[in-house]
Design a protein around this ligand. Structure first.
Ligand SMILES: *Cc1c(COP(=O)(O)O)cnc(C)c1O
Length: 479
Protein backbone atom coordinates (compact mmCIF):
# COMPACT_ATOMS: atom_id res chain seq x y z
CA UNK A 1 0.00 0.00 0.00
CA UNK A 2 1.16 3.47 -0.89
CA UNK A 3 1.82 5.36 2.35
CA UNK A 4 1.75 8.77 0.71
CA UNK A 5 -1.96 9.28 1.29
CA UNK A 6 -1.59 8.21 4.92
CA UNK A 7 1.21 10.70 5.44
CA UNK A 8 -0.83 13.43 3.77
CA UNK A 9 -3.68 12.75 6.16
CA UNK A 10 -1.27 12.68 9.06
CA UNK A 11 -0.25 16.26 8.34
CA UNK A 12 -3.85 17.37 8.74
CA UNK A 13 -4.63 15.10 11.71
CA UNK A 14 -1.73 16.63 13.54
CA UNK A 15 -3.57 19.92 13.67
CA UNK A 16 -5.46 18.29 16.55
CA UNK A 17 -2.27 18.33 18.63
CA UNK A 18 -1.33 21.99 19.10
CA UNK A 19 2.40 22.68 19.26
CA UNK A 20 3.80 24.02 22.56
CA UNK A 21 3.48 27.70 21.55
CA UNK A 22 -0.07 27.23 20.33
CA UNK A 23 -0.94 25.30 23.47
CA UNK A 24 0.51 27.98 25.73
CA UNK A 25 -1.35 30.66 23.82
CA UNK A 26 -4.71 28.90 24.14
CA UNK A 27 -4.05 28.14 27.80
CA UNK A 28 -3.15 31.74 28.62
CA UNK A 29 -6.05 33.17 26.67
CA UNK A 30 -8.55 30.80 28.25
CA UNK A 31 -6.94 31.27 31.67
CA UNK A 32 -7.18 35.05 31.43
CA UNK A 33 -10.78 34.76 30.34
CA UNK A 34 -11.58 32.46 33.29
CA UNK A 35 -9.75 34.68 35.79
CA UNK A 36 -11.52 37.77 34.55
CA UNK A 37 -14.83 35.90 34.95
CA UNK A 38 -14.00 35.02 38.57
CA UNK A 39 -12.63 38.49 39.36
CA UNK A 40 -15.86 40.11 38.18
CA UNK A 41 -18.25 37.79 40.03
CA UNK A 42 -18.88 40.19 42.91
CA UNK A 43 -20.05 42.89 40.53
CA UNK A 44 -21.67 40.78 37.84
CA UNK A 45 -25.33 39.87 38.01
CA UNK A 46 -26.77 36.64 39.31
CA UNK A 47 -29.46 36.76 36.66
CA UNK A 48 -29.85 38.46 33.30
CA UNK A 49 -32.98 38.24 31.12
CA UNK A 50 -32.85 35.57 28.43
CA UNK A 51 -32.38 37.01 24.96
CA UNK A 52 -33.44 34.97 21.99
CA UNK A 53 -30.51 35.22 19.62
CA UNK A 54 -31.48 33.54 16.35
CA UNK A 55 -28.71 31.37 15.01
CA UNK A 56 -26.58 31.32 18.14
CA UNK A 57 -24.58 28.13 18.63
CA UNK A 58 -25.76 26.68 15.31
CA UNK A 59 -22.79 24.64 14.13
CA UNK A 60 -20.83 25.22 10.96
CA UNK A 61 -17.70 23.41 9.83
CA UNK A 62 -15.03 26.08 9.91
CA UNK A 63 -12.09 26.55 12.28
CA UNK A 64 -12.21 29.73 14.35
CA UNK A 65 -9.66 31.58 16.49
CA UNK A 66 -9.90 31.32 20.24
CA UNK A 67 -10.44 35.06 20.90
CA UNK A 68 -13.42 35.11 18.60
CA UNK A 69 -14.82 32.02 20.31
CA UNK A 70 -14.43 33.45 23.81
CA UNK A 71 -16.12 36.67 22.70
CA UNK A 72 -18.89 34.53 21.34
CA UNK A 73 -19.25 32.71 24.68
CA UNK A 74 -19.35 36.04 26.49
CA UNK A 75 -22.14 37.35 24.27
CA UNK A 76 -24.22 34.23 23.86
CA UNK A 77 -23.75 32.24 27.02
CA UNK A 78 -22.38 34.33 29.87
CA UNK A 79 -24.53 37.39 29.40
CA UNK A 80 -27.94 35.85 29.86
CA UNK A 81 -29.95 33.69 32.22
CA UNK A 82 -28.81 32.43 35.60
CA UNK A 83 -25.20 32.79 36.68
CA UNK A 84 -24.75 29.72 38.92
CA UNK A 85 -21.19 30.77 39.83
CA UNK A 86 -22.49 33.95 41.48
CA UNK A 87 -22.77 34.28 45.26
CA UNK A 88 -26.07 36.01 44.52
CA UNK A 89 -27.55 32.70 43.38
CA UNK A 90 -30.00 31.82 46.14
CA UNK A 91 -32.44 29.83 44.01
CA UNK A 92 -32.96 26.07 43.65
CA UNK A 93 -29.87 24.48 45.29
CA UNK A 94 -26.72 26.45 44.44
CA UNK A 95 -23.13 25.33 45.04
CA UNK A 96 -20.83 27.68 43.21
CA UNK A 97 -18.10 25.66 41.52
CA UNK A 98 -14.73 25.70 43.32
CA UNK A 99 -11.71 26.84 41.36
CA UNK A 100 -9.62 23.97 42.73
CA UNK A 101 -12.29 21.57 41.49
CA UNK A 102 -12.13 23.15 38.04
CA UNK A 103 -8.38 22.59 37.96
CA UNK A 104 -9.01 18.95 38.83
CA UNK A 105 -11.41 18.70 35.90
CA UNK A 106 -8.91 20.34 33.62
CA UNK A 107 -6.26 17.80 34.41
CA UNK A 108 -8.72 14.89 34.42
CA UNK A 109 -9.47 15.81 30.82
CA UNK A 110 -5.81 16.33 29.89
CA UNK A 111 -4.59 12.99 31.24
CA UNK A 112 -7.89 11.29 30.33
CA UNK A 113 -7.44 8.55 32.93
CA UNK A 114 -9.89 5.72 32.55
CA UNK A 115 -11.92 5.81 35.74
CA UNK A 116 -14.35 3.05 34.83
CA UNK A 117 -12.29 -0.08 35.41
CA UNK A 118 -9.51 -0.73 37.94
CA UNK A 119 -7.45 -2.60 35.37
CA UNK A 120 -7.53 0.41 33.03
CA UNK A 121 -6.97 3.16 35.58
CA UNK A 122 -5.87 1.77 38.94
CA UNK A 123 -4.84 5.16 40.32
CA UNK A 124 -8.00 6.93 39.24
CA UNK A 125 -10.28 4.15 40.48
CA UNK A 126 -8.40 3.86 43.78
CA UNK A 127 -8.76 7.63 44.28
CA UNK A 128 -12.50 7.52 43.60
CA UNK A 129 -12.92 4.52 45.88
CA UNK A 130 -11.06 6.30 48.69
CA UNK A 131 -13.34 9.31 48.26
CA UNK A 132 -16.31 6.95 48.56
CA UNK A 133 -14.79 5.40 51.70
CA UNK A 134 -14.27 8.91 53.12
CA UNK A 135 -17.98 9.63 52.63
CA UNK A 136 -18.89 6.22 54.09
CA UNK A 137 -16.94 7.07 57.25
CA UNK A 138 -18.55 10.51 57.36
CA UNK A 139 -21.96 8.84 57.26
CA UNK A 140 -21.00 6.15 59.81
CA UNK A 141 -21.33 3.40 57.22
CA UNK A 142 -19.28 0.24 57.96
CA UNK A 143 -15.99 -0.53 56.20
CA UNK A 144 -17.72 -3.14 54.06
CA UNK A 145 -19.93 -0.49 52.40
CA UNK A 146 -19.19 1.04 49.05
CA UNK A 147 -20.75 3.31 46.49
CA UNK A 148 -20.29 5.18 43.28
CA UNK A 149 -19.48 8.70 42.15
CA UNK A 150 -22.37 9.62 39.89
CA UNK A 151 -23.22 12.59 37.73
CA UNK A 152 -25.57 13.81 40.46
CA UNK A 153 -28.24 13.00 43.00
CA UNK A 154 -30.76 11.73 40.46
CA UNK A 155 -28.54 8.88 39.28
CA UNK A 156 -27.39 8.24 42.86
CA UNK A 157 -31.01 7.75 43.96
CA UNK A 158 -31.68 5.57 40.92
CA UNK A 159 -28.74 3.27 41.68
CA UNK A 160 -29.89 2.93 45.30
CA UNK A 161 -33.45 2.07 44.31
CA UNK A 162 -32.32 -0.47 41.72
CA UNK A 163 -30.04 -2.02 44.36
CA UNK A 164 -32.91 -2.22 46.86
CA UNK A 165 -34.99 -4.03 44.24
CA UNK A 166 -32.13 -6.45 43.58
CA UNK A 167 -31.44 -6.97 47.27
CA UNK A 168 -35.06 -7.96 47.90
CA UNK A 169 -35.07 -10.06 44.70
CA UNK A 170 -38.38 -8.52 43.71
CA UNK A 171 -40.02 -10.45 40.90
CA UNK A 172 -42.31 -8.57 38.56
CA UNK A 173 -45.30 -10.47 39.94
CA UNK A 174 -44.46 -9.14 43.42
CA UNK A 175 -44.18 -5.50 42.51
CA UNK A 176 -47.89 -4.74 42.75
CA UNK A 177 -47.96 -5.93 46.37
CA UNK A 178 -44.71 -4.20 47.41
CA UNK A 179 -45.01 -0.90 49.25
CA UNK A 180 -42.76 2.17 49.05
CA UNK A 181 -43.13 4.80 51.78
CA UNK A 182 -42.27 8.45 51.20
CA UNK A 183 -43.69 11.96 51.68
CA UNK A 184 -44.93 14.63 49.30
CA UNK A 185 -41.64 16.42 49.92
CA UNK A 186 -39.31 13.83 48.33
CA UNK A 187 -37.41 15.19 45.36
CA UNK A 188 -39.15 14.46 42.06
CA UNK A 189 -36.12 12.46 40.88
CA UNK A 190 -37.26 9.74 43.34
CA UNK A 191 -40.48 9.32 41.39
CA UNK A 192 -38.49 9.27 38.16
CA UNK A 193 -36.18 6.62 39.60
CA UNK A 194 -39.12 4.48 40.70
CA UNK A 195 -40.50 4.64 37.16
CA UNK A 196 -37.15 4.00 35.45
CA UNK A 197 -36.42 1.05 37.73
CA UNK A 198 -39.65 -0.65 36.74
CA UNK A 199 -41.38 -0.09 40.07
CA UNK A 200 -44.23 2.16 38.90
CA UNK A 201 -46.75 -0.50 39.81
CA UNK A 202 -45.57 -0.73 43.41
CA UNK A 203 -47.91 0.60 46.08
CA UNK A 204 -46.71 4.13 46.80
CA UNK A 205 -47.70 5.26 50.30
CA UNK A 206 -47.54 9.01 50.87
CA UNK A 207 -46.94 9.43 54.60
CA UNK A 208 -48.28 12.52 56.39
CA UNK A 209 -45.82 15.14 57.59
CA UNK A 210 -45.61 17.21 60.75
CA UNK A 211 -45.65 21.04 60.75
CA UNK A 212 -41.98 21.08 59.81
CA UNK A 213 -42.57 18.98 56.68
CA UNK A 214 -40.89 15.93 58.21
CA UNK A 215 -42.27 12.43 57.78
CA UNK A 216 -44.54 11.54 60.69
CA UNK A 217 -42.89 8.37 61.99
CA UNK A 218 -45.88 7.06 63.91
CA UNK A 219 -48.06 7.45 60.80
CA UNK A 220 -45.37 5.54 58.94
CA UNK A 221 -45.52 2.66 61.40
CA UNK A 222 -49.33 2.59 61.37
CA UNK A 223 -49.30 2.45 57.57
CA UNK A 224 -46.71 -0.32 57.53
CA UNK A 225 -48.75 -2.37 60.02
CA UNK A 226 -51.93 -1.92 58.03
CA UNK A 227 -50.16 -3.00 54.86
CA UNK A 228 -48.82 -6.13 56.56
CA UNK A 229 -52.30 -6.96 57.87
CA UNK A 230 -53.62 -6.59 54.32
CA UNK A 231 -51.08 -9.06 52.98
CA UNK A 232 -48.89 -6.43 51.31
CA UNK A 233 -45.11 -6.37 51.58
CA UNK A 234 -43.37 -3.25 52.96
CA UNK A 235 -40.38 -2.92 50.64
CA UNK A 236 -38.66 0.45 50.98
CA UNK A 237 -38.80 3.67 53.00
CA UNK A 238 -37.40 6.78 51.35
CA UNK A 239 -36.58 9.60 53.75
CA UNK A 240 -34.99 12.98 53.04
CA UNK A 241 -32.12 14.51 54.98
CA UNK A 242 -32.67 18.03 53.81
CA UNK A 243 -35.62 18.38 51.48
CA UNK A 244 -35.16 20.67 48.51
CA UNK A 245 -38.26 22.76 49.24
CA UNK A 246 -37.67 23.59 52.91
CA UNK A 247 -34.48 21.85 54.04
CA UNK A 248 -36.43 19.57 56.39
CA UNK A 249 -34.52 16.61 57.84
CA UNK A 250 -36.73 13.60 58.48
CA UNK A 251 -36.48 11.91 61.89
CA UNK A 252 -33.84 9.45 60.81
CA UNK A 253 -33.55 7.60 64.12
CA UNK A 254 -37.29 6.94 64.48
CA UNK A 255 -37.55 5.83 60.86
CA UNK A 256 -34.51 3.56 61.25
CA UNK A 257 -36.25 1.88 64.22
CA UNK A 258 -39.23 1.09 62.01
CA UNK A 259 -37.10 -0.12 59.11
CA UNK A 260 -35.22 -2.45 61.51
CA UNK A 261 -38.36 -3.74 63.17
CA UNK A 262 -40.07 -4.68 59.91
CA UNK A 263 -36.94 -5.33 57.78
CA UNK A 264 -37.68 -2.63 55.24
CA UNK A 265 -34.95 -1.20 52.99
CA UNK A 266 -34.18 2.30 54.28
CA UNK A 267 -32.95 4.83 51.74
CA UNK A 268 -32.10 8.44 52.56
CA UNK A 269 -31.93 11.18 49.96
CA UNK A 270 -29.31 13.50 51.44
CA UNK A 271 -28.36 15.02 48.08
CA UNK A 272 -28.78 18.54 49.44
CA UNK A 273 -28.23 18.15 53.18
CA UNK A 274 -25.77 15.32 53.70
CA UNK A 275 -22.57 17.32 54.08
CA UNK A 276 -24.03 19.37 56.94
CA UNK A 277 -23.14 16.31 59.00
CA UNK A 278 -19.56 17.67 58.84
CA UNK A 279 -20.17 20.95 60.67
CA UNK A 280 -18.89 21.57 64.19
CA UNK A 281 -22.32 22.50 65.48
CA UNK A 282 -25.30 20.74 67.10
CA UNK A 283 -26.97 20.84 63.65
CA UNK A 284 -24.80 17.83 62.80
CA UNK A 285 -26.75 15.80 65.38
CA UNK A 286 -29.76 15.72 63.05
CA UNK A 287 -27.64 13.38 60.95
CA UNK A 288 -26.35 11.18 63.75
CA UNK A 289 -28.41 8.15 62.71
CA UNK A 290 -27.52 8.31 58.99
CA UNK A 291 -25.42 5.18 59.41
CA UNK A 292 -28.55 3.17 60.14
CA UNK A 293 -29.86 3.47 56.58
CA UNK A 294 -29.23 0.88 53.86
CA UNK A 295 -28.36 3.41 51.18
CA UNK A 296 -28.04 7.12 50.74
CA UNK A 297 -27.51 9.76 48.09
CA UNK A 298 -25.28 12.78 48.69
CA UNK A 299 -24.18 15.50 46.24
CA UNK A 300 -20.66 16.96 46.34
CA UNK A 301 -21.79 19.40 43.63
CA UNK A 302 -24.08 20.90 46.26
CA UNK A 303 -22.63 20.60 49.77
CA UNK A 304 -18.96 20.54 48.74
CA UNK A 305 -19.47 23.48 46.33
CA UNK A 306 -17.99 21.61 43.35
CA UNK A 307 -19.13 22.33 39.84
CA UNK A 308 -22.09 20.45 38.39
CA UNK A 309 -21.77 16.79 37.59
CA UNK A 310 -20.79 15.12 40.88
CA UNK A 311 -23.12 13.16 43.10
CA UNK A 312 -22.58 10.01 45.12
CA UNK A 313 -24.47 6.96 46.27
CA UNK A 314 -23.41 4.93 49.31
CA UNK A 315 -24.72 1.42 49.86
CA UNK A 316 -24.18 -1.19 52.55
CA UNK A 317 -25.24 -4.25 50.57
CA UNK A 318 -22.42 -4.06 48.02
CA UNK A 319 -23.17 -7.57 46.78
CA UNK A 320 -26.60 -6.51 45.56
CA UNK A 321 -25.23 -3.28 44.15
CA UNK A 322 -22.75 -5.36 42.15
CA UNK A 323 -25.34 -7.97 41.18
CA UNK A 324 -27.59 -5.26 39.76
CA UNK A 325 -24.93 -3.47 37.73
CA UNK A 326 -22.03 -5.73 36.69
CA UNK A 327 -21.59 -7.12 33.22
CA UNK A 328 -18.90 -9.28 31.75
CA UNK A 329 -18.35 -8.42 28.11
CA UNK A 330 -16.25 -10.63 25.88
CA UNK A 331 -14.15 -7.73 24.63
CA UNK A 332 -13.20 -6.84 28.19
CA UNK A 333 -11.95 -10.23 29.17
CA UNK A 334 -8.45 -8.89 29.90
CA UNK A 335 -9.74 -6.63 32.62
CA UNK A 336 -10.55 -9.61 34.85
CA UNK A 337 -12.31 -7.96 37.70
CA UNK A 338 -9.69 -7.10 40.26
CA UNK A 339 -9.85 -8.44 43.75
CA UNK A 340 -8.13 -5.33 45.14
CA UNK A 341 -10.62 -2.70 44.19
CA UNK A 342 -14.17 -2.75 42.88
CA UNK A 343 -14.58 -0.98 39.55
CA UNK A 344 -17.12 1.81 39.10
CA UNK A 345 -18.44 0.13 35.93
CA UNK A 346 -19.68 -2.81 38.03
CA UNK A 347 -21.59 -0.57 40.38
CA UNK A 348 -23.42 1.80 38.04
CA UNK A 349 -24.97 1.84 34.56
CA UNK A 350 -21.89 3.67 33.21
CA UNK A 351 -18.88 2.08 31.55
CA UNK A 352 -16.65 4.84 30.23
CA UNK A 353 -17.14 7.73 32.58
CA UNK A 354 -15.71 11.11 33.40
CA UNK A 355 -12.90 10.93 35.93
CA UNK A 356 -15.03 13.02 38.24
CA UNK A 357 -13.21 12.09 41.42
CA UNK A 358 -10.19 14.27 40.65
CA UNK A 359 -12.10 17.51 41.11
CA UNK A 360 -13.28 16.40 44.55
CA UNK A 361 -9.93 15.02 45.63
CA UNK A 362 -7.98 18.10 44.54
CA UNK A 363 -10.40 20.51 46.24
CA UNK A 364 -10.47 18.56 49.51
CA UNK A 365 -6.71 18.05 49.56
CA UNK A 366 -5.72 21.61 48.59
CA UNK A 367 -8.01 23.24 51.15
CA UNK A 368 -8.22 20.56 53.84
CA UNK A 369 -11.58 19.82 55.45
CA UNK A 370 -11.91 22.75 57.86
CA UNK A 371 -12.86 25.49 55.36
CA UNK A 372 -15.65 23.25 54.07
CA UNK A 373 -17.04 22.73 57.57
CA UNK A 374 -16.89 26.43 58.40
CA UNK A 375 -18.34 27.46 55.06
CA UNK A 376 -21.30 25.10 55.62
CA UNK A 377 -21.89 26.47 59.12
CA UNK A 378 -21.69 30.03 57.76
CA UNK A 379 -24.50 29.11 55.33
CA UNK A 380 -26.70 27.86 58.16
CA UNK A 381 -26.12 31.03 60.19
CA UNK A 382 -26.75 33.24 57.14
CA UNK A 383 -30.07 31.50 56.62
CA UNK A 384 -31.07 32.06 60.26
CA UNK A 385 -30.00 35.71 59.99
CA UNK A 386 -32.19 36.10 56.94
CA UNK A 387 -35.11 34.42 58.70
CA UNK A 388 -35.02 37.02 61.47
CA UNK A 389 -34.71 39.95 59.07
CA UNK A 390 -37.56 38.77 56.86
CA UNK A 391 -39.74 38.25 59.92
CA UNK A 392 -39.03 41.85 61.00
CA UNK A 393 -40.10 42.98 57.53
CA UNK A 394 -43.53 41.45 58.09
CA UNK A 395 -43.22 38.28 56.05
CA UNK A 396 -45.06 35.20 57.19
CA UNK A 397 -42.27 32.71 57.72
CA UNK A 398 -42.33 28.98 57.05
CA UNK A 399 -40.71 26.63 59.57
CA UNK A 400 -37.53 27.86 61.27
CA UNK A 401 -34.73 26.76 58.91
CA UNK A 402 -33.29 23.40 59.89
CA UNK A 403 -30.41 23.80 57.46
CA UNK A 404 -29.93 26.60 54.92
CA UNK A 405 -33.30 26.80 53.15
CA UNK A 406 -35.97 29.28 54.19
CA UNK A 407 -39.51 29.84 52.85
CA UNK A 408 -41.65 32.91 53.44
CA UNK A 409 -44.56 34.84 51.90
CA UNK A 410 -46.09 38.25 52.33
CA UNK A 411 -49.70 38.24 53.50
CA UNK A 412 -50.20 41.78 54.93
CA UNK A 413 -51.94 42.90 51.78
CA UNK A 414 -55.44 42.94 50.30
CA UNK A 415 -53.98 41.87 46.97
CA UNK A 416 -54.09 38.23 45.90
CA UNK A 417 -51.28 36.68 47.90
CA UNK A 418 -49.97 34.48 45.14
CA UNK A 419 -49.88 37.30 42.60
CA UNK A 420 -48.31 39.67 45.14
CA UNK A 421 -45.51 37.26 46.10
CA UNK A 422 -44.90 36.29 42.50
CA UNK A 423 -44.39 39.98 41.68
CA UNK A 424 -41.87 40.28 44.51
CA UNK A 425 -39.85 37.41 43.04
CA UNK A 426 -40.11 38.91 39.56
CA UNK A 427 -38.93 42.30 40.81
CA UNK A 428 -35.90 40.89 42.63
CA UNK A 429 -34.94 38.64 39.72
CA UNK A 430 -35.38 41.42 37.15
CA UNK A 431 -33.06 43.60 39.20
CA UNK A 432 -30.64 40.71 38.82
CA UNK A 433 -28.17 41.18 41.69
CA UNK A 434 -29.77 38.24 43.46
CA UNK A 435 -31.58 35.22 42.05
CA UNK A 436 -34.31 33.58 44.10
CA UNK A 437 -36.91 30.99 43.22
CA UNK A 438 -40.29 30.01 44.64
CA UNK A 439 -42.19 26.86 45.40
CA UNK A 440 -45.75 25.65 45.86
CA UNK A 441 -46.54 23.68 49.00
CA UNK A 442 -50.10 22.40 49.39
CA UNK A 443 -51.13 24.93 46.79
CA UNK A 444 -49.54 27.88 48.65
CA UNK A 445 -46.96 30.02 46.86
CA UNK A 446 -43.78 30.53 48.93
CA UNK A 447 -40.70 32.54 48.11
CA UNK A 448 -37.66 30.49 48.89
CA UNK A 449 -33.94 30.95 49.36
CA UNK A 450 -31.32 28.24 49.56
CA UNK A 451 -27.98 29.47 50.88
CA UNK A 452 -25.35 27.01 49.69
CA UNK A 453 -22.98 28.73 47.30
CA UNK A 454 -19.56 29.04 48.89
CA UNK A 455 -19.55 32.59 47.51
CA UNK A 456 -22.65 33.68 49.44
CA UNK A 457 -21.70 35.77 52.47
CA UNK A 458 -23.32 38.42 54.66
CA UNK A 459 -22.85 40.96 51.86
CA UNK A 460 -25.08 38.99 49.49
CA UNK A 461 -27.77 38.34 52.10
CA UNK A 462 -27.84 42.04 53.01
CA UNK A 463 -28.06 42.90 49.32
CA UNK A 464 -31.04 40.58 49.06
CA UNK A 465 -32.71 42.12 52.12
CA UNK A 466 -32.34 45.57 50.52
CA UNK A 467 -33.79 44.31 47.24
CA UNK A 468 -36.63 42.63 49.08
CA UNK A 469 -37.50 45.86 50.93
CA UNK A 470 -37.45 47.75 47.66
CA UNK A 471 -39.59 45.06 46.02
CA UNK A 472 -42.16 45.24 48.82
CA UNK A 473 -42.55 49.00 48.39
CA UNK A 474 -42.78 48.81 44.63
CA UNK A 475 -45.25 45.93 44.53
CA UNK A 476 -47.41 47.56 47.24
CA UNK A 477 -47.53 50.75 45.20
CA UNK A 478 -48.55 48.97 41.99
CA UNK A 479 -52.22 48.17 42.58
C1 LIG B 1 -30.75 18.27 43.95
C2 LIG B 1 -31.48 17.16 44.60
C3 LIG B 1 -31.67 15.94 43.94
C4 LIG B 1 -31.29 15.74 42.50
O1 LIG B 1 -29.92 15.76 42.36
P1 LIG B 1 -29.22 16.14 40.96
O2 LIG B 1 -27.81 16.26 41.36
O3 LIG B 1 -29.83 17.45 40.53
O4 LIG B 1 -29.49 15.06 40.01
C5 LIG B 1 -32.26 14.92 44.64
N1 LIG B 1 -32.68 15.09 45.90
C6 LIG B 1 -32.51 16.25 46.57
C7 LIG B 1 -33.00 16.37 47.98
C8 LIG B 1 -31.92 17.33 45.94
O5 LIG B 1 -31.78 18.50 46.58
Amino acid sequence: MDTQRILQLEQISKLLEPNPEQRQYWYDTMGNFAHSFVDHLTISKAYRPIRHVPGSFVMDDKATGIEELLEYLQDNMLSQGLNPASGGHLGYIPGGGLYAGALGDFFAAICNQYAGIYFGGPGAVKMENELIRWMCRLMDYPESSHGNLTSGGSIANLIAIVTARESRQLKSSEITSSCIYLTHQVHHCIHKAIRISGLSEAVIRIIDMDDNFCMNASMLEQTVLKDIQNGLKPFMIIASAGTTDTGAVDHIEAIADISDKYSIWFHIDAAYGGFFKMVDDPVALKFSAMGRSDSLAIDPHKGLFLSYGLGAVLIKDVKSMYAAHYYKAAYMQDSLHSQDELSPCDLSPELTKHFRGLRMWLALKIHGEQPFKDCLLEKILLCRYFYEKAQEMGFRMGPYPELSVCIYRYENTDADHQVFNQKIVEYVVSKGRIFVSSTLIDGLFWIRIAVLSFRTHLREIDMYIDDLKEALEIVKSLK
